[in-house]
Every structure is written in structure tokens, then in C-alpha cells.
Design a protein around this ligand. Structure first.
Ligand SMILES: Nc1ncnc2c1ncn2[C@@H]1O[C@@H]2COP(=O)(O)O[C@H]2[C@H]1O
Ligand SMILES: [Zn+2]
Length: 922
């Protein structure tokens, strides 16, 4: 189980190991496909050739070609070819080649080149692009990292859009190349492959008769562009993170659909930059409006709103696809479904997406930890796991929407989607069960090694009470029945590498009684067969209170106790800040003057902007000025996290599969045959036709312009993620995300303290010594704590940390208070803290207790559940709807007080445009 790996290090290691075999297998068994030799000496280096290497031709190789050939053959002859993962340039994709010099030869000098695009396989995949079993990773591999433009140009042609709007194919290629570059390849999930995947899903939906028959060409074009740009320039962190770190994008879009607004504006920027906008002048306003509306609908926090409306339409049968507004609504829903359709893909594909999206979450958690911000429970690799995240997401987010989508479509496609969803969900649930059983086993053995004198101090009842305060918020994703038996946790291992120590949970009351046998995690999906039918009644079996441990703002108080990191400091310390991590706003995406003014205003202050009408921004600009607090991050050779070439090995199999399934009644999506038989697409008008598939002949395919992009994204070395930054003084505003107001009851002991901040929003950076030094003279209204906080005063924000106890309130919470503080204290201030239990005040096993997992118990979630009574308004759907809503709130709330991510470089569009224009001008 992925989560059990526990550390980013092992994750990357395993990622590399699982990638390497397939690369080796695929490439060495068909080296003829990979290496093509130019027959003459005067070919340009960017040209491609159709001749393949053969045994006869080998003899023609120059002597200096030998190393290349030998290297290619090395894996085949190796005893363990699959484990080789030496990056020697042989199998570099086009992406990597743009950034790495080939070691084998000078391409401008010699006659041979490596050919990145495997045209035959690309064509095979594109011929089946309407199949739900489509694998975006495979397409990414065979296109040499250009799956996005390859797919989109193909679809534009296939739908007849090029003809209908008389679009210049070079501009269209440029458009999609710009878009592809606009995605951050360093994001594990939100990269261009995700865009490819969503676009293909959207294409599948557009093929459904109920949708297709009434669509106008402009709607198809908006749908495709909307799908492919829906996450454009995604920074790999979520909105609450941007808000918490005062990112200028958050201010620009006033904390509302920040990312989505940026996505669609960036999309418009690409349309302009590519020259496509110019070619569709007459429909441009309408096109942009539709794209904008579609992308804004993908804001996952608006799920409840859309599902409710969708249900209303379905319940009342009032959807009229002749009405443009209804069609548009369905396209919005379609894009939303496409966006979260990865759980509905076949297991192997779905699992890969799941792992990648979780890795992106975990990275955000890593940043939060490194910046001494409270770690979002969903993003905390130390306390949650892929199965936990997945089971929750499947149940509370995907299933409610897909149920409605299936209700609307009721086709083979939707049926198969639901079938996969069910099957995949079962897979994750069984993994979760196995994981928990394993945790139990491990922690039981850990409990057994507790020192005897400490055991004397800890009677089971006491542990239960105190651990309740720090129970694992990640259990939000665990069904109620499981939560009941899992109340608390014990740390398993000794200190070691604190950051990656996995803490295992164990139901304390079970310790003396239950020893579960070891259980194998079943990973082979072939051992289980997808269900034949879908039992929808199972979908709603989880009650609302299974969400009762959803996190809230107060979660930070609890998470703070484990928010520290104490990684190695021996390596070069790498400063990190939100300013460094997050992308520059692409000015080119600002399509109107007012917007650009606002951006300028925020970045450079009021004086630099002529239009000063937006005083709101003026006020905000003080803390929105981008601060270069630390040296910029080092660029590194960007790695293709997705696919690399690993999936290519699956390609022949996938192709075979598709071939056979085309005659099989159970083929998915029922669109397999469509590709060739449906050249003409869909307009009510006959003018909207497809003439010829550009990929049906290899020579046509080879005419696709190959663009070289000299620009390099600024990326951060992933290895840096593993380095400890605990000493760094955080840069997050201390005033962000205040916990809830204090509530004092008889059974609570409330500790409140004051955080004083500067007039200008303070950005972190209080050394721990200051905290200690100020402890005594702090002006805190403070019941029992020795902690305090800081600093020069002007404005004060009162934060209350409420520690709920189950007894009469004699709890000492010294440790918690220190940890609860946001911002800047080095994490290693946790030493020398003594925790006493509230009954006998004896010294407890401090080490273990302080480091065990802790994040939000039921009390943390209650504010969320109490917050939206309307969750329960819809009788029929209260379970699924409120669950999914709670999930969003969970994500939103837990994230609101956190956040920070790596910066990925945004190459400004204008820079790309210069590069492209020089390439394309001829
Ligand atoms: N398999 C998954 N597991 C958990 N979260 C997911 C998964 N797939 C998508 N998401 C989330 O759902 C969001 C949908 O919109 P985004 O693509 O912006 O970001 C996506 C992720 O945050
Ligand atoms: Zn998305």
C-alpha cells in the first residue's frame, strides 16, 4: 500500500523502479521503432525518417554510432534488464531532449537521430480515441510527451472544426503546444497528461447521442478547449493554499475560484497568442464566454450547487437539449464528470491517477510542513494514505455525481463507468482494510515493547481519553463502523527520521484482546472481477456522521502537534517560501486592461498603475507584493512524472485489447468503431464535416510540425522535498486562518492567547528563541500555558486554542500550544516537553505520545457539519449530497489554514510565442 511506504524517498525510489522495467522491456524489444537513421548526410536534425534500423543497416553505422547501439542492446543482454534505470540519454523523450544534451552524438553533426514520435502507435491509439479504455499515459509515451497537442489537433480535425471555422492547422497546433507548455510537468497530477485525459473523457461524452445531436460547432470547440485548458498553469496546490500564502492570484480573483479564473484567463491568453482567436473573430466573445463558464464550473467546491441543479432537472424531466442554456449546463456537468472521471477508468489506469493525485496532495503537505504551517490532514503523508483518500473521494465526491450522470445518460458508456467505479472502490476498500489490519498488528507489537514503568502509568482508560483529543483526522475517510474501533494511535518506530516515520494507529481497547492475522494486500486486479451489475443502494450506506471528523480551522490546533519536521540538516539547507514556490502570473493571460491593471497594482503598488479605481486592491497590495524572501529555487532537469515510457509496454497489449474489444459486445464506451465510421461530426448543418483523418497515413502524421521549445521551466529538485527545512522561519502570514472563537464550557479548559502582528501583514519569521524569551512578559490572557507568542504590537488577533478534555479540565497542554502556533517556530522546539496525563500527573511516555499521529477528532469536525444545514434539505439525496458537500468543506476548511507549494516555473506565454513564431514562420 502506497501510504505505508511512508516517505517521499521511498516513493520516488519505487516510482523509478516501477518505471524502469517497462521502459527497458518496451524499448529493447523493439529498438527498430525507436531508432531511425537518416539515409543521407545532409538532413536537418529536426527531420524525421521512415526508415528503421535493421540488421543490415547496423553494419553501416559509423564507429561512433557503436556506443548507441551497444547501449540499446545492453538491456536485452542484461541479466536484469528490467531493473536498469540508467539515464544515459538513449530513451529520452522529446521533452527530456529539449533539456538534455544527448550523450551519444552530436545530432547536428551526424546523420542519425532518435525519433520521439512513434507514428504507427500514435495512429492506433487515435483510431480508438473514443474508447473509454483510453490510456493517456500511453499516448503521452508514444507521442514523445506531446499527447496534448496530438490529441487535440486530431480531435479538431476529426470533429471538422478546422474546416468549419477555416482554422489554420499550424495555428491550432501552436495553440495546443502553448497549452501543453502551460501545464507544469513537475506536478504529479495537474500536468498536461491530466488535460489530455480529461479532454478524451469529454470527447467520449460528446459522442453520446443525447448530447451530440444538438450540439453546435462552437459548443464542441468550447468543450474541447475548455477541457484541455481547465487546469492550465495549475501550480500543484489548491486555492486555500494560495489564499493562506497571500498569493497575488488569490487577491486578483478575490479568493473566489482563484485557480479556475486563472485557468480560463490563461486559456484566452493562449488563444490570442496562437493567433487562433484572430481566426474566430466573429464568434470570439461567445467562444470565450463558454470556455470561461465551463472552466469555472470545474471548481470542485461548487459540486453541491451543480449536483442539486442537475438532480432537479432529472427529477422534473425538464432538460431540453434544444435550449442552448440547457445544453451548456450539460456540457458543464460533462466537464465536471470528465475532470473527476479517473476513478471510473479501468483499474490500472485509475490506480495510477489515484497515486499521482495523492502524491500531489502529499507534496503540498510537505511544503506546509517545511514552512511550519499546519499540515492539511488530507495532504499529510505521515497520517493518511492513498486508500484512505481514495475511498473517501470515491464515495463522497465521485459517486454522487456519477450516479446522476448515469441517470442522465443511461448508456453503455455510463454503465461501464459505474462498473469501473464500483470495482475500483472495492479495490481501495480492501486495501484500506488490509492497511488497517497491518497497522493494528504493527502497533500491537509496538505496544508490547513499551517500557514497563511507563506502562504502569498508562492505564487503558487514560490513554483512550487523552488520545481522543488527538485522534486522526484522516479517519474522516473511514466509514463510521471502522472509526468506532479505531480511536487512537501509537507510534511504532523510534525517532529516526522523524519526517517519514509512519505512525500507526491501533484501537487501544483492543490491544490486549485482538491480534489480527497478517493479511495480504491483493494487488492483482485480475484476481477480482468487476461486478456485473451496479448495486446503487450501496452507494449511500455511509451516514453523515462518518464525516464527523472532517477537519476545520480548528484542525490546525491539533495538527500542530505533529506539524513539525526534524529531517536532516546536514545537507545544504534550502530555503523555501510561498513566493518561490508559486508561479508567476502570466501577464499574457490578462485579456483586458482592467485586469492587467489590477495585477500590476498588486505586484507593483498603486503608483505604477494609472487606473487606481480599485481601491480594494490598493489596500490589499501591501501584503500582496511578491517578496523574494529567499534565493530562488534551483532549476533541475524536469522529470516526467507521468508515464515516462513505462506505459509503452502496455501499449501493444492495449491495442490488442482494443482490437478484440471492437467486436465484443462488452466493449466500453461503445465508441470503438466510431473513429473511422464517424468522420462527419455533428452539426445540424452539413457544412460541418470531416474530410480526412490527418493521422490515417503516416506521411500526413509526419507533417505535424515539430516544435522545439528552448525555454525551460523552473522546477524544483524533488529531492529537495526530502530535506529538512525545519529551521526556516516561516513566511506565512500569522494572521491567516484563525481558529474558531473560543468556547468555554464546564468541561473544557480554554487557553487563549494573543498573536500580535505588525500593521503590515507579517510574514512569518519568529525564531524560537524569541518565543521563549517573550514567554514571561507576553500579554496573553492565558490560562494554563507556558507558551506565548510574540512580537511588536499594533494589531492583535486573539486566537483561542481549546483543548477539550473529558474530565474536569486539569489537562496540561504545553506542547500543544507551542505546536498550534502557526508560522515560524522551528519545529524542533518540541524537545523537553513533558506531558502529564490528567489523572495522576505522572510523567508519561512523552516521546511516543507526542509523536503519535494526531489530527482532529470529532470535535474538529462539528463546526463544519453544523455550518450548512442545507445539506439535509434534499430528502432523497441527503446522504450522498451532504457527504460530498462535507468533503468539499473538509478540503476547503482543512486547507484554508495551511498551504504552500512548490513553485513551478511558468514560462511566460510571450516567451513561448517568440520561440514558436520563429519555428513556425516558415
Ligand atoms: N482520484 C482522486 N483522488 C482524490 N482526489 C481527486 C482524485 N481525482 C481528482 N481529485 C480531486 O478532484 C479535483 C477535481 O478538480 P481538479 O482537477 O482541479 O483537482 C482534482 C483533485 O483535487
Ligand atoms: Zn482537473
Amino acid at each position: 500500500v502506497g501510504s505505508r511506504r511512508g516517505s517521499g524517498e521511498s516513493y520516488y525510489q519505487e516510482l523509478a523502479e516501477t518505471t524502469a522495467p517497462d521502459v527497458a522491456t518496451m524499448e529493447t524489444t523493439d529498438s527498430s521503432v525507436l531508432i531511425r537513421l537518416l539515409p543521407t548526410t545532409n538532413q536537418t536534425t529536426t527531420a524525421t525518417t521512415t526508415s528503421s534500423i535493421s540488421t543490415a543497416r547496423i553494419s553501416e553505422l559509423l564507429e561512433k554510432d557503436r556506443p548507441l547501439f551497444d547501449a540499446l542492446m545492453a538491456d536485452e543482454n542484461s541479466e536484469y534488464p528490467r531493473r536498469r534505470h540508467v539515464c544515459n540519454g538513449r530513451f529520452l523523450t522529446m521533452h527530456k531532449r529539449r533539456r538534455k544534451k544527448l550523450q551519444t552524438r552530436s545530432l547536428s553533426f551526424d546523420q542519425a537521430i532518435l525519433d520521439d514520435i512513434l507514428h504507427g502507435q500514435v495512429q492506433c491509439i487515435l483510431n480508438r480515441v473514443g474508447n473509454w479504455r483510453f490510456n493517456a499515459f500511453t499516448l503521452e509515451t508514444v507521442t514523445g510527451g506531446r499527447s496534448l497537442p496530438v490529441l487535440c489537433v486530431h480531435l479538431f480535425h476529426w470533429y471538422g472544426l478546422l474546416d468549419h471555422f477555416k482554422l489554420d492547422v499550424v495555428r491550432v497546433w501552436k495553440l495546443f503546444s502553448l497549452i501543453e507548455e502551460g501545464y507544469h510537468s513537475t506536478n504529479p497530477y495537474h500536468n498536461s497528461i491530466h488535460a489530455t485525459d480529461v479532454t478524451q473523457a469529454m470527447h467520449c461524452f460528446l459522442q453520446e447521442n443525447r448530447i451530440l445531436e444538438n450540439l453546435e460547432p462552437i459548443e464542441i470547440m468550447a468543450s474541447l478547449i475548455g477541457a484541455v485548458t481547465h487546469d492550465l498553469d495549475h501550480p500543484g496546490v489548491n486555492q486555500p493554499f494560495l489564499i493562506a500564502t497571500s498569493n497575488h492570484l488569490a487577491a486578483l480573483y478575490e479568493n473566489t475560484s482563484v485557480l479556475e479564473n486563472h485557468h480560463w484567463r490563461s486559456a484566452v491568453g493562449c488563444l490570442l497568442e496562437s493567433g487562433v482567436a484572430e481566426q474566430v473573430q466573429s464568434i470570439r466573445p461567445e467562444l470565450e464566454k463558454q470556455i470561461s463558464s465551463l472552466i469555472l464550473a470545474t471548481d470542485i467546491t461548487r459540486q453541491h450547487e451543480f449536483i442539486t441543479k442537475f438532480k432537479d432537472y432529472l427529477n422534473t424531466s425538464t432538460l431540453d437539449m434544444y435550449k442552448p442554456e440547457h445544453r451548456h449546463f450539460i456540457l458543464q456537468i460533462a466537464l465536471k464528470c470528465a475532470d473527476i472521471s479517473n476513478p471510473c477508468r479501468p483499474w490500472d489506469i485509475s490506480k495510477k491517477w489515484s497515486q499521482k493525485v495523492c502524491e500531489e496532495f502529499f507534496r503540498q503537505g510537505d511544503y506546509e510542513r517545511q514552512l511550519n504551517l499546519p499540515v492539511t490532514s488530507l495532504c499529510d503523508r505521515q497520517t493518511t494514505s492513498v486508500p484512505k483518500i481514495q475511498t473517501g473521494f470515491f464515495k463522497f465526491v465521485v459517486t454522487p455525481l456519477m450516479n446522476e450522470w448515469h441517470r442522465f445518460l443511461k448508456t453503455d458508456l455510463s454503465y461501464h463507468m459505474m462498473k469501473h467505479l464500483k470495482y475500483n472502490q472495492n479495490q481501495w476498500e480492501s486495501r484500506l482494510q488490509a492497511e488497517m489490519a497491518e497497522e493494528t498488528r504493527t502497533e500491537i507489537s509496538d505496544a508490547e515493547i513499551l517500557e514497563e514503568d511507563e506502562i504502569d502509568d498508562i492505564d487503558i482508560g487514560i490513554i483512550n481519553e487523552s488520545y481522543l483529543e488527538l485522534s486522526d483526522s484522516s479517519e474522516v475517510l473511514i466509514p463510521t463502523v471502522e472509526k468506532i474501533s479505531r480511536r487512537s494511535s501509537l507510534q511504532v518506530s523510534s525517532f529516526g527520521n522523524a519526517r517519514f516515520d509512519r505512525r500507526h494507529s491501533v484501537p487501544i481497547h483492543c490491544i490486549p484482546k485482538i491480534i489480527l492475522p497478517p493479511r495480504e494486500v491483493r494487488t492483482d486486479s485480475s484476481q477480482q472481477h468487476p461486478p456485473d451489475s451496479i448495486q446503487e443502494s450501496d452507494e449511500h450506506k455511509f451516514e453523515n456522521d462518518s464525516l464527523s471528523i472532517l477537519s476545520s480551522d480548528s484542525d490546525s490546533c491539533h495538527r500542530g502537534a505533529r506539524g513539525s519536521s526534524a529531517g536532516s540538516t546536514t545537507e545544504r539547507e534550502r530555503p523555501l517560501s510561498a513566493e518561490n514556490l508559486l508561479p508567476d502570473c502570466t501577464i499574457a493571460s490578462m485579456t483586458d486592461g482592467a485586469c492587467a491593471d489590477r495585477l500590476n497594482l498588486m505586484l507593483h503598488g498603486a503608483s505604477s498603475v494609472g487606473n487606481t479605481t480599485n481601491l480594494l486592491a490598493v489596500g490589499a497590495s501591501k501584503h500582496l507584493i511578491r517578496q523574494q524572501t529567499f534565493p530562488p529555487l534551483q532549476p533541475y532537469i524536469r522529470a516526467r512524472y507521468m508515464s515516462s515510457q513505462a506505459d509503452l509496454s502496455a501499449c501493444p497489449e492495449a491495442l490488442l485489447e482494443s482490437n478484440s474489444s471492437s467486436t465484443n459486445s462488452s466493449n466500453e464506451g461503445a465508441n470503438i468503431e466510431n473513429s473511422d465510421s464517424r468522420g462527419i461530426l455533428i452539426s445540424k448543418k452539413d457544412s460541418f464535416k470531416r474530410e480526412q483523418d490527418p493521422f490515417t497515413t503516416s506521411d500526413k502524421a509526419s507533417k505535424l510540425p515539430k516544435l522545439s521549445i528552448p525555454g525551460q521551466k523552473e522546477n524544483m529538485d524533488p529531492s529537495m522535498l526530502r530535506r529538512s527545512l525545519s529551521r526556516r522561519r516561516g513566511s506565512a502570514p500569522v494572521t491567516v486562518a484563525l481558529p474558531p472563537k473560543p468556547t468555554t464550557t464546564d468541561t473544557e479548559s480554554t487557553v487563549s492567547y494573543v498573536i500580535k502582528t505588525c500593521d503590515i501583514m507579517r510574514r512569518g519569521s519568529v525564531p524560537a528563541e524569541m518565543i521563549r524569551a517573550n514567554t514571561r512578559d507576553t500579554s496573553l490572557s492565558l490560562a494554563k500555558t507556558e507558551s506565548s507568542i510574540i512580537s511588536n504590537n499594533i494589531r492583535a488577533a486573539t486566537i483561542a486554542a481549546t483543548t477539550t478534555t473529558t474530565s474536569s479540565g486539569n489537562t496540561t497542554i504545553t506542547t500543544n500550544v507551542i505546536h498550534q502556533r502557526r508560522g515560524s517556530v522551528p519545529c524542533d522546539t518540541t524537545t523537553n516537553v513533558i506531558v502529564r496525563n490528567n489523572s495522576n500527573s505522572k510523567r508519561r511516555n512523552t516521546k511516543k505520545i507526542l509523536r503519535r499521529r494526531s489530527s482532529g477528532g470529532a470535535e474538529i469536525l462539528s463546526p463544519i457539519l453544523a455550518e450548512s444545514p442545507d445539506d439535509h434539505t434534499t430528502q432523497n439525496t441527503s446522504s450522498s449530497t451532504s457527504s460530498s458537500t462535507a468533503w468539499y468543506r473538509f478540503k476547503r476548511k482543512t486547507d484554508t489554514d495551511n498551504l504552500l507549494s512548490r513553485r513551478r516555473g511558468s514560462l511566460p506565454v510571450e516567451v513561448l510565442a517568440v520561440c514558436y513564431s520563429s519555428t513556425l514562420r516558415h
